[in-house]
Structure formats: structure tokens, C-alpha cells
Ligand binder design. Structure first.
Ligand code: HH2
Length: 290
């Protein structure tokens, strides 16, 4: 489980909550206690429309927090800037979370792991009418190509991530989630981040049909996290660590524990128990604009 630590004033769901150094460190320690295996420290929001942060400011935000948390858990740095990546890896991070999918040399140099995320365009404009012929195929090909390049340059640990919400419509996001096994089949470990993202507002809308605001997307986040785990995803990037760890352990129990024989229905799940919700419904429904 990767816990999100945004040391920013403007992140889409928790901007300003951990901008203060001491609050950020305390939140990192709290997420470790809640069961996070990795703390992902970021100093620049990549929400749709976000403006870039100057390099010295991003360094000032993330490096002291990484230094303070070093040794307590595995740390990753969420950045698209080579200088920030290098400084963070120097300060104790061992994983480079690269939304630009272009910094593998910094990871190779530092003998760190590298997360290769797909994004179409730049955060400032990425949601302006993103289009694909075949979103799953294009994302998959892109990630495999970059992952191979990184391996060839000596990165030993390469993760791939479809970049949910990064230059993708609602349907693109759902299509990528539906087809996660095609990414898992590449053999690279897959990371997914759906936590609190905009498409969940629509997927798990409020009772009155209005999209759920960022503070009310936990049900959607847990449903999609569970879906991803069952599809074989190896790491989830989440804000709500305690709840997701709990959900993960329940899924683990369902999959691994031996249910008493009588508890298993011979014909599979009872009629109507699957296919009701929008996510499970994807199993049987075609998604427009794959
Ligand atoms: N999502 C966000 C940021 N970094 N990294 C990876 N690998 N995968 C993701 O899905 C991903 C990511 C956006 O979430 P958040 O950090 O909470 O928001 P903001 O970018 O506004 O700080």
C-alpha cells in the first residue's frame, strides 16, 4: 500500500492539509502506523489545470520531509523534475514515482525503483478533450516501451501505472480499470491510483445523482481498489490508508480463507449478486470508446 503525502497548498483533495513540515511528517508517521508500505511524497500538484511549481520551491517542500521520514518506511518521490528526483533519492527515497515517464535515468543512477505512469499531455491541459483510438492498447504499448527502455538502462525495479485521470475521460478510466489484467499480463508489477479522483464522483454519485465531491469518494475508492487488487494489481496509491488496508485484508480473507464447503454455492455466486454495480457491470457490458 502506498500512502499519498502531498506537501502542497493546492492538491485536489488534501491541498494545504500537509503543507506545513511538521504536519506532513506526522501524517507520514500516521500512514505508516495505518499499514502503508510506501509513503509517496509530492511537492507539486498534478491535478487537471495545475500550474508547475518552481524547482527550488518543490525541493524546499519535499526534501526535508523525506529526510525526516527516512528509515521509518520505504519512501517514494512523486515528481516530474530530474533535479527534484535526484535530491529526493539522495535524501532517502528509494522509489521514483514519475508521472512524466521520462526520468528512468535518474532511477538507474541512484539504483532506485521507477514507477512509469502514463499521461496524455500536461496536467495544465490534459483534460481538454483527450482522445484515443484504443485507450487500453495505446496505454499498454506506451508503458511496455518505456519499461523496456528503463530495464535496458539498468533500472532493476520497474512498475507500470495506467495513470487514471491523466488525460482520460470517465470512460477511458473505466476501460483501463476493466482491462487491468492486460497490464498485469505484461509481467511488470502494476500500480494504480484511483483514490478520491474525479471519475469516482460520477461512478459513485450521490443519492440525488449529483457527482460526489472529493471528500465523499471513499466508497468508490475502496470499490475500485478492491477491483484492482482482484485483477492482480500489486500496489495501490491511496489517501485513505487505514480503510484501504482494511478492505485489502478483507479481500485477502475472501480469496485465501477456506470457506466452509456449505458456504460455497456450486453454481457460483447467487443470481443477481454480481453485475449490479457500475463497476461489476463492466464485466458484462461493453464500454463505449475503449
Ligand atoms: N495520481 C496523482 C499523483 N501522482 N502517481 C501515480 N503513479 N499514479 C497516480 O494515479 C497519481 C500519481 C494525483 O493524486 P494526488 O497526488 O492526490 O493529487 P495532486 O496531484 O493534486 O497532488
Amino acid at each position: 500500500m502506498m500512502g499519498v503525502l502531498n506537501v502542497t497548498p493546492d492538491s485536489f483533495s488534501d491541498g494545504g492539509c500537509y503543507f506545513d513540515h511538521d504536519k506532513a511528517v506526522a501524517r507520514g508517521i500516521e500512514m505508516i502506523a495505518e499499514g502503508a508500505d510506501v509513503i509517496d511524497v509530492g511537492g507539486e500538484s498534478s491535478r487537471p489545470g495545475a500550474q508547475p511549481v518552481p524547482e527550488d520551491e518543490e525541493l524546499r517542500r519535499v526534501v526535508p520531509v523525506i529526510e525526516a521520514l527516512a528509515g521509518r518506511a520505504r519512501l517514494s518521490v512523486d515528481t516530474a523534475k530530474p533535479a527534484v528526483a535526484e535530491a529526493a533519492l539522495d535524501a532517502g527515497a528509494t522509489l521514483l514515482n514519475d508521472i512524466s515517464a521520462s526520468l528512468w535515468r535518474a532511477a538507474a543512477e541512484a539504483k532506485a525503483g521507477w514507477i512509469c505512469m502514463h499521461m496524455r499531455g500536461e496536467p495544465a491541459t490534459m483534460q481538454h478533450d483527450p482522445r484515443y483510438e484504443d485507450v487500453v492498447g495505446e496505454v499498454r504499448r506506451f508503458l511496455v516501451q518505456r519499461a523496456r527502455a528503463a530495464l535496458e538502462e539498468g533500472v532493476e525495479e520497474v512498475w507500470i501505472d495506467p495513470g487514471i485521470g491523466f488525460g482520460k475521460t470517465y470512460w477511458h478510466n473505466l476501460s483501463l480499470l476493466r482491462h487491468l489484467p492486460e497490464l498485469v499480463d505484461t509481467g511488470y508489477p502494476v500500480l494504480v491510483g484511483t483514490s478520491r479522483k474525479g471519475f469516482l464522483g460520477r461512478l459513485a454519485a450521490r443519492r440525488d445523482g449529483e457527482p460526489a465531491p472529493a471528500g465523499d469518494r471513499l466508497a468508490g475508492a475502496l470499490a475500485t481498489a478492491t477491483w484492482a487488487m482482484l485483477a492482480g494489481v500489486r500496489m495501490l496509491r491511496v489517501h485513505d490508508v487505514a480503510a484501504t488496508v482494511r478492505a485489502a485484508s478483507l479481500v485477502g480473507d475472501c480469496r485465501l480463507s477456506s470457506l466452509p464447503d456449505g458456504a460455497r454455492s456450486p453454481g457460483g455466486p447467487p443470481a443477481g449478486s454480481a453485475g449490479g454495480g457500475p463497476l461489476l457491470g463492466l464485466v458484462s457490458k461493453e464500454v463505449p470508446t475503449r
